[in-house]
Design a binder for this molecule. Structure first.
Ligand SMILES: C[S@@+](CC[C@H](N)C(=O)[O-])C[C@H]1O[C@@H](n2cnc3c(N)ncnc32)[C@H](O)[C@@H]1O
Length: 533
């Protein structure tokens, strides 16, 4: 489909090829070459319809159907550009400003790479993938508590469940006393919500399924604004999938003033970590490309590129809390107030005091989600010291680690930039405070993580967490021993390069701690949107 176009040429606004409802300034990204223009007869006097180089005042158009005394409905079925022209330039400016605001909502999925959108909804259309989320006991039970234990926010209320999936949060809302729940689901999983609701007598009349992206719903389709919005729009490192933007869009358009959001806030947490084994694993993944005689071809020219490729990948697995070498910093995002625009570029400055002499190999991250209800606050935490979830934790690696002594500070910034793959590119800059010794990770691709929990026998398994098939946790004690053997003689600010040669022996020793890696029984399913596995 062609890129959306709403350019202003003089007094013309050209809209192509979207269906367009001028009265509500509503865009439907259907790709149909037809336009629907709806506005009051009064407003229509000032507007002209432009088709190619012909234009006609809306009020003069005869081939219209009158749906109500107040609205003029015009259906155009011709191919090509369809537009409006206003005689009054200030009116046009106002129109264009409003249009741009509304356009952002309706084009949410148009702005993305379409193959990304397609695989995204295909993924969620499968029961197996909904089941994975439902069976994340920490996630589902926390949502359950947050909803059913905040009865005052649901009793007799009108609710919306954005991204209903199998419908579970809609059903919890009814259990908490909601009068009616709009279960909004863009994928064909909407059919399952209906199926399950009709199979459970207490749900059937209380659930209304809207099987479309929330961005395409109009207020007129609802009984009114809702009292409470529930959603699980959370991807890896909170923001992968960019579904929180749809959550904010639903808030702006459908939540009553003073209404509640479940969750109402999220915190992103980052802390520096030291994990030489992980770094070594990644640094050595380019081994194949060192081959100088692969069927007579020297592959080694690709070695550097291969290393960069692996360091661009965030590592998703559980983190042994002992790897963290400073207290985490938390950045709170208040879903009740933040804007979609504020999520396009996120910057997290940091200044960590390092607790022990170590190599800092990068930044570890996780998130918490808050449900601050009228009856009680419930927190869904994915921190390394909490029970594991399907989000695990995440680590962003520095290709060249920093050697830091206890008490030194590491300062810098984590930057996140939204991209058209419904995800983010991240960059990290870290410097030992008061020195010019720094390291950076310039382009990390949040959409393309390595699910190390499934690929490395060295991946950590927190107590009480079911291991992936074939996984053995590395011993934290042995790990720490080896780690400190490597790092105890580091001078303040000494660059890592000098340490490289001393690394291999103990890493080899640690590599045999676990059982030999085996393929997990079920290979992780992924659409590239985080460990929904
Ligand atoms: C993470 S799943 C959560 C499913 C379910 N609420 C649960 O907690 O088990 C997110 C769901 O939101 C749907 N979704 C994502 N963006 C959407 C949008 N803009 N409008 C409607 N549904 C959306 C996806 O298809 C997916 O089923």
């Amino acid at each position: 489909m062609a890129a959306p176009n709403a350019s202003s040429e003089g007094h013309h606004v050209i809209l192509s090829p979207y269906r367009f409802d001028a009265n509500e300034l509503r865009w439907l990204p259907t790709g149909e070459a037809a336009a629907k223009v709806r506005m009051s007869k009064e407003a229509a006097k000032n507007w002209r319809l432009v088709l190619g180089n012909q234009s006609v005042a809306l009020s003069e158009i005869r081939s219209t159907s009158m749906l109500s005394p107040n609205f003029l409905i015009l259906e155009l079925v011709k191919q090509g550009h369809v537009g409006l022209r206003c005689e009054d330039e200030s009116g046009l400016k106002h129109f264009v400003a409003e249009l741009s605001k509304r356009k952002a909502d309706y084009e949410r999925f148009e702005q993305y790479d379409q193959s990304s959108v397609q695989s995204y909804f295909q993924y969620y259309a499968k029961l197996a993938n909904q089941q994975n989320m439902l069976q994340d006991g920490v996630r589902t039970s926390t949502y359950n508590r947050a909803i059913v234990e905040n009865v005052d926010d649901f009793q007799g209320k009108l609710a919306m469940d954005l991204g209903a999936g199998s419908g579970i949060l809609s059903f919890f809302a009814v259990q908490a006393g909601a009068e009616k729940v709009y279960a909004v689901e863009a994928s064909s999983m909407g059919e399952v919500v209906r199926l399950l609701a009709d199979a459970n007598a207490f749900l059937t009349k209380k659930i209304e399924v809207i099987n479309r992206p929330v961005e395409t719903i109009t207020a007129a389709e609802l009984d009114g604004k809702v009292d409470v919005l529930v959603s699980e729009p959370i991807g890896t490192f909170l923001f992968n999938e960019r579904m929180i933007e749809s959550y904010l869009c639903a808030r702006d358009r459908f939540l009553k003033p003073g209404g509640k959001m479940f969750p109402n806030a999220g915190t992103l947490c980052v802390a520096p970590f030291s994990d030489s084994l992980l770094h070594w694993e990644q640094a050595n993944k380019n081994g194949f490309w060192k081959n100088t005689n692969f069927y007579g071809i020297d592959l080694s020219a690709a070695v550097q590129r291969c290393a960069k490729e692996h360091f661009r990948q965030p590592i998703v697995d559980y983190i042994n809390p002992e790897c963290l070498v400073s207290k985490a910093i938390e950045t709170r995002f208040d879903f009740m107030t933040i804007s979609v625009e504020s999520l396009q570029k996120i910057e997290i400055p940091f200044d960590f005091e390092i607790s022990q002499p170590c190599l800092v190999h990068g930044l570890a991250g996780w998130f918490d989600a808050y449900f601050e209800g009228s009856n009680q606050t419930v927190v869904l935490s994915t921190a390394p010291w909490c029970s594991g979830t399907h989000w695990y934790q995440i680590r962003f690696l520095l290709e060249v680690p920093l050697a830091v002594n206890a008490g030194q500070h590491v300062e810098g910034t984590l930057k996140m930039e939204a991209n058209s793959l419904q995800s983010y590119y991240l960059s990290i800059f870290m410097r030992i405070k008061g020195t010019d010794i720094s390291s950076s990770a310039p382009c990390i691709d949040l959409k393309d993580p390595e699910y190390r929990f499934y690929t490395s026998a060295n991946s950590y398994c927190p107590p009480g967490t079911a291991q992936a098939a074939g996984q053995q946790p590395a011993s934290p004690q042995q790990y720490q021993q080896a780690h400190f053997a490597q790092t105890q003689n580091i001078l303040p600010g000494q660059a890592f390069a000098a340490q490289c040669e001393t690394r291999a022996p103990w890493v080899e020793a640690t590599a045999v701690w676990g059982a030999a890696p085996q393929r997990p029984e079920t290979a992780p399913m992924t659409n590239g949107f985080g460990p929904r596995t």
